[in-house]
Design a protein around this ligand. Structure first.
Ligand SMILES: C[S@@+](CC[C@H](N)C(=O)[O-])C[C@H]1O[C@@H](n2cnc3c(N)ncnc32)[C@H](O)[C@@H]1O
Ligand code: SF4
Length: 420
């Protein structure tokens, strides 16, 4: 672990620099463009990011006056004070500076070091107040993660320089000690995927007190589409929760699971206006994967619709202060994936899956008894990486985990299905 004095000496000057950058962004559009020019040059020299979409957007905000990028930056910098300060420290100092150096060093030593880890704090059968019809997690045995196991994983991922954890479930807000773990690891950013129906004033106040906890609010469209998947009255509860987050200036994202039924609605300007007016800072379009207890292959979007999402991302970037991204899991356009390499998923009983959508685990490997590096270095994960890295359209561990060839592959790796 780095010496606290070294970190302090890194954090302080960087923080002052970011305060100055913030002032430039908020002062006027020309000053914001100048700021982005400095940042653009810095990124160019530091890491040749020509193929990075965010880098292209930065360029547009300088040369073609794309004001939505600047408006997005302003939205981040006008979040409540502790939120943007913590985001700066955790993302730039911990994750990008200290963390990436540590991860690169370990990679040079031959380890596979993920950059993010997903943890299910509970399963729907043990802790969820909804019964969504698309849910991949329905069918996992009822379990809640022991707090000691959660502490172990969080401590390990910090020691490896990751500093980023996704909370899944079940419903993370039903995990009683979520507040304790987030306070215990203030330098890790916790992205909490939530159905948002439990966001009342007291809960939002607790989120404000823990600026390293970022809600990712799940929605399937407006009232009818959300109700169809998540249940009647859920849309109204989510909207009320988003209104409270907006009032408290908590930076949050919206996650949409895209299906053939809702793609038109969630791509519409009406929906984008709606989430933007509620001050969402980002939207993740996550493509539906037909797995879990009750899969629906006919809900999965087509390749053409997946292409439609690419155009949508450009549209949002040009017109909304909201950062778009796409999780292309399960679509035929995935060629290779990062499962078991850049991230993996821990179930509440400690078993590990390469990805929440590749629902197989080895009986031999458990986070209770193994370290993160032992998991990524295991024959099970090496085997999954081989499949994921084949670069063959349609052949990913998530797309077709129920298909005979993949079933054979997982069985050969001595893994068993995690869905009952
Ligand atoms: C399993 S939920 C757990 C967190 C929380 N209960 C919620 O609903 O956000 C995590 C995310 O996965 C999405 N999801 C569920 N089933 C899916 C599936 N079959 N394919 C793609 N995404 C899915 C949900 O909509 C949600 O955004
Ligand atoms: S998607 Fe989330 S809210 Fe819905 S049943 Fe699954 S875990 Fe619960």
């Amino acid at each position: 672990v780095e010496h606290p004095l070294v970190t302090y000496l890194l954090v302080k000057p960087l923080y002052l620099l970011i305060c100055a950058m913030r002032l430039m962004i908020l002062a006027s559009y020309p000053l914001a463009r100048l700021h982005n020019l400095f940042f653009y040059c810095f990124k160019l020299v530091a890491n040749q990011p020509e193929h990075d979409r965010k880098f292209r957007l930065l360029g547009q905000s300088i040369w073609s006056d794309n004001r939505s990028v600047i408006d997005w930056q302003r939205r981040i910098y006008t979040s409540h004070r502790e939120a943007w300060r913590r985001a700066v420290e955790n993302l730039f100092v911990r994750r990008m500076l200290i963390g990436s150096t540590r991860r690169r060093r370990l990679a040079r030593q031959g380890h596979v070091v993920p950059s993010v880890i997903a943890i299910s704090l509970n399963t729907p059968d043990a802790g969820c107040n909804l019964t969504c019809s698309h849910c991949y997690a329905m069918g996992h045995e009822a379990h809640t993660m022991p707090y000691e196991l959660l502490q172990k994983i969080c401590a390990e991922q910090e020691a490896l320089g990751m500093y980023q954890v996704h909370f899944l479930g079940g419903e993370p807000l039903l995990y009683k000690r979520i507040w304790d773990i987030v306070a215990e690891f203030p330098h890790t950013d916790f992205l909490m995927h939530t159905n948002a129906t439990l966001l009342d004033e007291a809960t939002v106040a607790r989120i404000v007190e823990r600026p390293n906890l970022y809600p990712m609010v799940s929605l399937e469209g407006f009232e009818e589409q959300t109700g169809r998947i998540r249940g009647e009255g859920v849309f109204q509860k989510v909207e009320a929760g988003m209104t409270l987050l907006k009032a408290a200036r908590v930076p949050f994202m919206v996650t949409v699971t895209v299906t053939r039924q809702n793609i038109e609605e969630v791509s519409s300007d009406a929906f984008l206006d709606f989430i933007s007016e509620h001050r969402a800072v980002g939207i993740l379009y996550s493509c539906y994967v037909p797995v879990g207890r009750d899969p629906h292959p006919d809900w999965q979007i087509s390749d053409e619709q997946s292409e439609q999402l690419d155009k949508l991302v450009d549209h949002i970037s040009a017109h909304y202060p909201v950062m778009p991204s796409i999780g292309r899991n399960g679509t035929g356009r995935v060629t290779g994936c990062f499962a078991a390499r850049q991230y993996f998923h821990v179930l509440p009983d400690g078993r590990v899956e390469a990805c929440p959508f590749a629902q197989w685990a080895s009986g031999e490997i458990n986070m209770k008894t193994h370290t993160i590096l032992e998991v990524t270095g295991s024959p099970f994960f090496s085997g999954v990486r081989e499949v994921a890295g084949l670069g063959m359209p349609g052949v990913t561990p998530c797309r077709s985990s129920s298909e005979p060839a993949l079933k054979e592959m997982f069985t050969a790796l001595e893994a068993v299905e995690t869905i009952r």
